[in-house]
Design a protein around this ligand. Sequence first.
Ligand code: SF4
Ligand code: SF4
Length: 77
Amino acid sequence: MTQRGTVLPEIDLKRCTGCGWCVAACPLDLLSLEREGWKKHSALHDAERCTGCAYCAIRCPFGVITMHPAAGSSVAP
Ligand code: SF4
Ligand code: SF4
């Protein structure tokens, strides 16, 4: 099992379509859609609670979410 907070999803906002699949995929409801002008994109809230399960990244049909070591984690880069 992934240790809490060692990896976090990074959302490529330029490529995010705002479809919301990742929002529905997060078991902890940590993602939501934010409006920016005429566009919507996904955003991670409460990163401290993210388990790094990567369900959101797996679910994104456009490969927009990648998992990265969290700042301050003990995971080697
Ligand atoms: S990695 Fe898991 S817990 Fe974190 S935002 Fe994605 S689905 Fe939610
Ligand atoms: S599933 Fe992908 S494209 Fe859709 S809102 Fe989430 S990050 Fe954006």
